[in-house]
Ligand binder design. Sequence first.
Ligand code: HEC
Length: 112
Amino acid sequence: MSMDFSRRLSVALALLLGSASASGLAADLTAAKAKAKMCAACHGIDGIATVADAPNLAGNGELYLARQLQAFRSGERKHPQMSVIASGLSDEDIAAVTAWYSAIKVSVELPE
Ligand code: HEC
């Protein structure tokens, strides 16, 4: 698969899912997924948490996720791990990881 093709594919996917396009944030989900690898140890690359004290990020709104990361970064919201992680994120990093996690489609099944 050529770079051009996979780039077009990821942009098409972003448009289809209406995530990155709606907010004008990073549309390149391939690069966004690569960025999200730094979150995967706790939140999973699929946005389903791998550790008991971390929340699932999959399918959350892009605006909501970005606000939480900005709040950790500014110190408005505090957590021993997330405050440190968020302090190292640029606005572009936040746009990329939130584009990735918000673009993941989730389905739910209610308990009987
Ligand atoms: C070492 C584990 C770890 C890593 C790595 C990590 N997180 Fe977290 N994250 C947590 C934990 C634990 C919480 C819950 C914080 C709390 O209790 O307030 C959290 C909370 C969050 C929240 C708030 C979600 C909500 O609904 O309140 C967001 C958004 C988030 N993380 C995004 C990220 C992103 C994006 C990355 C990668 C850049 C990342 N995290 C990396 C452990 C981690």
